[in-house]
Design a protein around this ligand. Structure first.
Ligand code: SAH
Length: 336
């Protein structure tokens, strides 16, 4: 759907009529991507990070966080178990941990590919040659949020990083042939509604296959600890407008939404979302991958999470997707 910047701003601002927006987004979702909810098994495989994002709990300068890194074997094993549980997509996310070299990630991708799953990587900014090698090894999708398109805000929040470089990473990933996932946080300090409208237009412009939108949640061990953070309602309105702008893409009900409200992900699924990423990380690692406080399910097992979200999905009359769930039916490398 075409919406002007002005119309987007109005939809994002109108708290009174947000119910109508959610309903419309839900209808568009049903019409374009149907009632299936695609599940992705999320593995948080390292909380070691070379960056220092002001909002993020796993930033380099958080000395209070115990750091971990899965071994190659552990990571592949976690993915194998997730595939055995029925996940058709494995998402591997971490801080920017350079121990996972180009070659090491290639080996990991090749091994996990044998489990007949689509592979999504989310390991941040890397040189073109890394992205290309991982794609050739079998990675199908890549997830890297632009976070905000307000460049001043970006440079204040991500010291030492370059907005332009992040944008170029997105362009490189698209050119290589990945299904491209990006997204933003809402409720960042000094982020305006106008700027969120620009973010949505940017995501449309670059043609993302997936867009993740979550509220910023202040973390006590970061410089932004005293900020207000985003609300579930604003995150939902943003997500709903994204659905109107890009009617057939994949939109996750983000975990951060559920951290703000016990029904956050269900509410998201009823206002435009069609994907959920249950955590399949095991043991202590779940708790230690603390991007923000109040993270849900930190004491649960992978199987519990899958069963729990499956039941919630059915309770609202939707069904769990059995396929790979690529954008517009795109199949992963080597799928039969
Ligand atoms: N290193 C990877 C993964 C980053 S963590 C990368 O750079 O892409 C995944 C996402 O969590 C981030 O992109 C950011 O949007 C979100 N995030 C980080 N800190 C957060 C916070 N305090 N509140 C809400 N979301 C946060």
């Amino acid at each position: 759907m075409e919406l002007t910047r002005q119309e987007i701003i109005r939809l994002l601002s109108d708290e009174q009529k947000q119910g109508d927006l959610f309903k419309k987004a839900d209808e568009v979702r049903r019409q374009y991507v149907g009632d299936e909810v695609h599940l992705r098994g999320l593995i948080e495989f390292s909380n070691i990070c070379r960056n220092n994002c002001m909002y993020c709990g796993i930033r380099r300068d958080n000395p209070q966080l115990a750091r971990y890194r899965m071994s190659e074997e552990e990571l592949v094993d976690t993915a194998r178990k997730a595939a055995e549980m029925g996940f058709k997509t494995i998402v591997m996310q971490s801080g920017e941990d350079m121990w996972f070299s180009r070659e090491r990630m290639c080996r990991i991708v090749e091994q996990i590919k044998k489990f007949d799953v689509a592979i999504t990587l989310s390991v941040g900014e890397r040189p073109y040659a890394d992205y290309k090698a991982w794609f050739d090894a079998g990675a199908d999708r890549y997830l890297i949020r632009i976070e905000t398109t307000d460049k001043d805000l970006y440079h204040r929040l991500d010291p030492g990083m370059s907005w332009q470089y992040r944008h170029e990473c997105l362009m490189a990933l698209k050119e290589i042939g990945y299904e491209l996932g990006s997204g933003i946080m809402v409720g960042l300090p000094e982020q305006s509604i106008e700027s969120i409208a620009d973010d949505l237009l940017y995501l449309k412009e670059i043609g993302v296959d997936m867009a993740g939108i979550g509220p910023f949640i202040p973390h006590a061990q970061t410089p932004l600890k005293d900020e207000k953070g985003g609300t579930l309602d604003l995150a939902r309105r943003t997500m709903a407008v994204m659905r109107l702008l890009l009617p057939d893409i994949n939109i996750p009900a983000t975990t951060a939404m559920e951290s703000l409200h016990p029904m956050g992900r269900i509410l998201a699924l009823q206002s435009g979302a069609n994907v959920v990423m249950p955590n399949v990380t095991e043991g202590e690692y779940r708790r230690l991958y603390e991007l923000y406080p109040g993270k849900i399910c930190v004491n649960d097992t992978p199987l519990h999470c899958k069963t729990c979200i499956g039941a919630k999905i059915m309770s609202i009359g939707r069904k769990v997707g059995m396929g790979y769930g690529g954008h517009a039916g795109k199949l992963p490398h080597g799928a039969k």
